[in-house]
Design a protein around this ligand. Structure first.
Ligand code: FES
Ligand code: FES
Length: 157
């Protein structure tokens, strides 16, 4: 059975190694913060971090995560994650979510993006749009997402 490190815990997960990480998280471990949207790598709703990089868990098998760190939205929005907490708080301040379905994936991509920047760097609107371009929102919350990412970057500076 695959051994995975999820949110800082080493776990043995009773799934086939080719199972997408999304289903190991949701169905086997009960971590339902990670959402299923398209199942084909197209929408970003299922975004998690693998060694800090944003990846699509619906098309990434468990076998690709062995010996690496999986981080989910449950951990990123926990208080010990400074950047994730800043993003989460900015999301609340800007009332970003509408239906909410895409939002955990948006937060995961935004957090990976801000962590990738040199300390204190303020991203431009164009840089934010480019970083977030792979995460679709059928409710069209893009303007609030852009404002919240910029606000989180300011809060972290
Ligand atoms: S559910 Fe994974 S990219 Fe859409
Ligand atoms: S808030 Fe509804 S899909 Fe993004």
């Amino acid at each position: 059975m695959p051994r995975l490190n999820i949110n800082g815990r080493d776990l043995t997960v009773d799934v086939d190694p080719e199972t997408p990480i999304l289903w190991a998280l949701r169905d086997t471990l009960g971590l339902t913060g990670t959402k299923f949207g398209c199942g084909a790598g197209l929408c970003g709703a299922c975004t998690v971090h693998l060694d800090g990089q944003a990846v699509r868990s619906c098309i990434t098998p468990v076998s690709a995560a062995q010996g690496r760190r999986i981080t989910t939205v449950e951990q990123v929005t926990a208080s010990e994650d400074r950047v994730g907490t800043a993003v989460h708080e900015a999301w609340v301040r800007h009332d970003v979510a509408q239906c909410g379905y895409c939002q955990s994936g948006q937060i995961m991509t935004a957090t990976a993006f801000l962590k990738s920047l040199p300390a204190g760097q303020q991203p431009t609107a164009a840089e934010i749009d480019a970083a977030m371009a792979g995460n679709l929102c059928r409710c069209g919350t893009y303007a609030r997402i852009r404002a919240a990412v910029a606000d989180a970057a300011r809060a972290l500076a």
